[in-house]
Design a protein around this ligand. Structure first.
Ligand code: ADP
Ligand code: MG
Length: 477
């Protein structure tokens, strides 16, 4: 039987507010345990929550960016469960009336663009953290994270492969950083996702029984966890069994998922409106003022890069994956006399490669946009070849100066003097009688050998086009 995977994601996005959603305590990451949890966060008796306006503004900003319905009236609800890192015994969330209603996000897939439905996005508070390492036989509790504002973005079950799910997740990651509502740090848990996975026979309308995968804190793991889970479910069904609806934990070391708990139903949480918080009411001015703060969104920027610079959809997508990267590209493209496609290739290729290798963000690149533009100018005006440019770039990366300094200091200027190139070619030809023989007898491949020898003799500095032309002329003479 052919099986179709069905995936829906719930993404938790920590909002970049300075203080918590219902208290004035700081949200900064990395403080000593329990130093940033005030009376409200640790749930001392008699305290009252006060809604953080900035958190509401960020949620609305998100809703507008995904073309969603903004609910002018939303309600906070208590989600009751017991866990040591949840001192109140309930989490303040939104249930029946979330701040953001239905919206959508367009992603690029192998079969073109696809619209992924967004069911809702609601405001809620984060819980504290349970620490298991370093506490042998015991659990440590750090409440610094308790009360950090989150939006939980719930998608429709619209994705059909692990790859599609990751594409959606990455696009969402890009979007929240463009909006400046989240730092996107997955290591620190600022952006995390649960994946709901089921499979069904191709052609069947009804959804299969799903499992929910937790604890996946990188794009790579999300893809692997979902792939593993799809295979696991297909195996069960093909053996005549049935999938149990449950929450499963992904184990990155073993590359597998395992049961954590049976899936709770909404009624298990005994949701009810929080009596300490009035409904959140937004007026038109608030929504319109927030709309004014929207930047150019990733999809719009991508489309603009395609039309304005003539770049492919794929290249534009990569260049607009982060706002800072897009800005870097536009700065370099504006500063160079070389062509835009070369700029794009350098950024997507060499520059990104160097950044990835050293785990750096574009803002931490030792080679700035203007410096890259100067390097590309030198390729454009034939001072150096594209190949030598890589050597120059490496030196720039390691702080050896600008392109011109390095080209001069290392004597990397391209040889364009025809007679100089001719002299080298003649030398090569005199000691290559055998290869000339082969070439004349029709083995065209040998041409590459001559080019290689000339390049070797000039340490890669001979202008490649001239070498080709002159060689061609002399060999065919
Ligand atoms: P819960 O309240 O238990 O988390 P929801 O109905 O809110 O459940 O759905 C949570 C997520 O699970 C959503 O992203 C939704 O698209 C997805 N989902 C629901 N049913 C399925 C299914 N059968 N297969 C895959 N994903 C599903
Ligand atoms: Mg859920």
């Amino acid at each position: 039987m052919n099986w179709e995977p069905v995936i829906g994601l719930e993404i938790h996005v920590q909002l970049l507010t300075h203080s918590k959603i219902f208290s004035g305590a700081s949200t900064a990451f990395g403080a000593d345990a329990n130093t940033q949890a005030c009376a409200v966060d640790v749930a001392l008796p008699g305290v009252l929550p006060v809604m953080n306006e900035q958190a509401a503004r960020m949620a609305v900003k998100f809703g507008l960016a995904v073309d969603a319905k903004i609910n002018r009236r939303s309600v906070f609800a208590r989600k009751n469960y017991f866990y040591p890192d949840l001192p109140k015994g309930y989490q303040i969330s939104q249930y029946e009336l979330p701040i953001v209603g239905e919206g959508n996000l367009i992603i690029d897939t192998d079969d073109g663009q696809k619209r992924i439905g967004i069911t809702r996005a609601h405001l809620e508070e984060d819980a504290g953290k349970s620490l298991h390492e370093d506490y042998h036989g015991m659990t440590g509790i750090d409440l610094n994270r308790a009360g950090t504002p989150l939006i939980e973005i719930v998608s429709e079950p619209d994705m059909r492969s692990a790859k599609e799910a990751v594409t959606y997740l990455k696009k969402m990651h890009t979007l929240v950083r463009y909006l400046d509502i989240c730092d996107g740090n997955m290591q620190e848990g600022s952006f995390r996702c649960d994946a709901n996975v089921s499979v069904r026979p191709v052609g069947q309308q009804e959804l299969g029984t799903r499992t929910e995968l937790k604890n996946i804190n990188s794009f790579r793991f999300v893809e692997r966890a979902i792939e593993y889970e799809i295979e696991r479910q297909i195996d069960i069904l093909e053996d005549g069994g049935s999938v149990v609806q449950e929450t499963r934990l992904y184990d990155p070391d073993k590359g597998e998922t395992r049961p954590m708990r049976t899936k709770e139903e909404a009624h298990d949480y005994r949701y009810f409106p929080d009596p300490d918080l009035p409904p959140l009411e937004l007026d038109d001015d608030f929504v319109e003022a927030t709309r004014q703060t929207l930047p150019e969104l990733p999809n719009a920027k991508q489309t603009r890069f395609m039309s304005q610079y003539g770049l492919s959809r794929e290249d534009s997508s990569q260049l607009t994956a982060a706002k800072e990267l897009a800005e870097y590209f536009e700065a370099a493209a504006g500063a160079t006399k070389g062509d835009v496609k070369t700029v794009s290739n350098w950024i997507i290729g060499d520059l990104s490669g160097y950044l990835n290798k050293e785990h750096r963000e574009i803002a931490e690149s030792p080679v700035g946009a203007r410096q890259l533009a100067l390097l590309i100018d030198r390729i454009h005006d034939n001072t150096i070849s594209g190949k030598i440019a890589k050597e120059v770039f490496d030196a720039m990366w390691h702080g050896e100066g600008d392109a011109d300094d390095i080209i001069n200091d290392k004597g990397l200027k391209q040889i364009t003097d025809t007679s100089a190139i001719e002299t080298v070619i003649d030398e090569v030809l005199t000691r290559s009688a055998l290869q000339i023989e082969q070439y004349k007898s029709g083995q065209n491949k040998v041409f590459g050998y001559f080019v290689g020898q000339v390049m070797k003799a000039t340490k890669g500095k001979a202008n490649p086009q001239q070498v080709n032309q002159i060689l061609q002329r002399k060999l065919d003479a």
